[in-house]
Design a protein around this ligand. Structure first.
Ligand SMILES: *Cc1c(COP(=O)(O)O)cnc(C)c1O
Length: 358
């Protein structure tokens, strides 16, 4: 068997021990004589499992007690639609920060339901930086303010916000459990789990209780936060196996010493790469230093041909999924939690050798 070094942006690499545990538990999950996929979602067994998992995630992520934690289908983009449907209430407007691909798609989806105010647009900086807070045109009457703290495509990350008086909504898909986050600043936060929390198929939605009960009548029940909160995310059959993987990853996170420890490791990983790229004068990362992501790092080489060659040689050396997103080209390294410091060191060595040869 061979396992490559996977620097993909999602679905992302999973820790080997997690995959092995899934393999071991496949035929007989915790003495039930069944796989978890075959267990009824309304059984005490599954409901208790879900309850225990919620407790684990509340501890790991640091979710305050006035929030509900939901496990919903439809991926990250399902939430692009769910957010306006659940939060507009009688409002007609919402504020969006356009910082890249994912917040852009969320805006487009929300336009089906409300007047969307793009309060600041990073497009003028090619999505490599942000307009200053003074330039943000926040609306005090907006139903909510929406943003994506870590734009995965370019690796543009914003850690601070100006003072915002309306409920704040965050797409945490590519930054959850990468480092500690202050959840209490959000009214709603969500994360599809195929980046740092497991596999595709389920999205964690963290909703402050005062945001429940506002859903538009057209909201499908399966995406109605209030209905799903009342039914412990089991209003319909939840994606049980995807949720199971979140549980395996949650145990792994605890074994690693929690999010604080992972955050320290992640900062070292990113630091090592940015440092190498910046001093190389061969590889180039164009993102404003103040907003560089600790998880997704893009770079270009001096020529298109060299980029192509680099990706080919990297793959042959078992460093896979380094290709930049089809929208922007170049190369991209994603440093999700399963990527170790050793892998990063070996990748840097490879990049050095490639550079010296070219
Ligand atoms: C990957 C990603 C998504 C997409 O989620 P899907 O589950 O594919 O719909 C959304 N937001 C961010 C920030 C992402 O990185």
């Amino acid at each position: 068997m061979k396992r490559v070094y996977n620097f993909g942006a999602g679905p992302a690499m999973l820790p080997e021990s997690v995959l092995r545990r899934a393999q071991e538990e496949m035929l007989d999950w915790r003495g039930t004589g069944m796989s978890l996929m075959e267990i009824g979602h309304r059984s005490d067994c599954f409901q208790n499992f879900l309850y225990e998992l919620q407790k684990k995630l509340i501890k790991i992520i640091g979710i305050p007690s006035n929030y509900k934690l939901l496990f919903l289908s439809g991926g990250g983009q399902g939430q692009f639609a769910s957010i306006p449907m659940n939060l507009l209430g009688s409002h007609k407007k919402a504020d969006y920060l356009h910082s890249g691909h994912w917040s852009g798609l969320a805006m487009e989806e929300a336009k089906k339901h409300a007047v969307i105010n793009s309060i600041a647009d990073c497009k003028q900086y090619n999505f490599y930086s942000f307009p200053s807070f003074e330039e943000w045109k926040l609306d005090k009457k907006a139903a909510y303010f929406y943003y994506c703290p870590n734009e995965t495509l370019v690796g543009l990350q914003i850690k601070e916000l100006p003072e915002i008086e309306v409920p704040i909504v965050a797409d945490l898909t590519s930054c959850i459990v990468a480092e500690p986050l202050n959840i209490s600043q959000f009214a709603v936060a969500f994360a599809a789990t195929q980046k740092n929390l497991g596999q595709a198929g389920v999205t964690l939605v963290i909703v402050r209780e005062d945001c429940l009960g506002r859903a538009l009548p057209l909201t499908p029940d399966i995406w109605n936060y209030t209905k799903q909160a009342e039914n412990n995310s089991s209003a319909n059959t939840p994606p049980v196996y995807a949720i199971y993987f979140v549980d395996l990853v949650a145990d792994w996170i605890l074994e690693q010493g929690g999010v604080e420890k992972l955050g320290e490791v992640n900062h070292r990983k990113a630091q090592a790469l940015y440092h190498f790229i910046d001093q190389s004068h061969f590889y180039h990362n164009a993102v404003d230093q103040r907003y560089r992501s600790i998880t997704n790092i893009i770079f270009t080489l001096p020529s298109e041909a060299q980029t192509k060659n680099f990706l080919k040689e990297a793959e042959a050396a078992q460093f896979v999924n380094l290709k930049g997103h089809r929208k922007i080209g170049g190369a991209r390294i994603s440093l999700f939690n399963a990527v170790t410091e050793k892998m990063v060191a070996e990748l840097i060595d490879f990049m050095k050798v490639f550079m010296n040869r070219h």
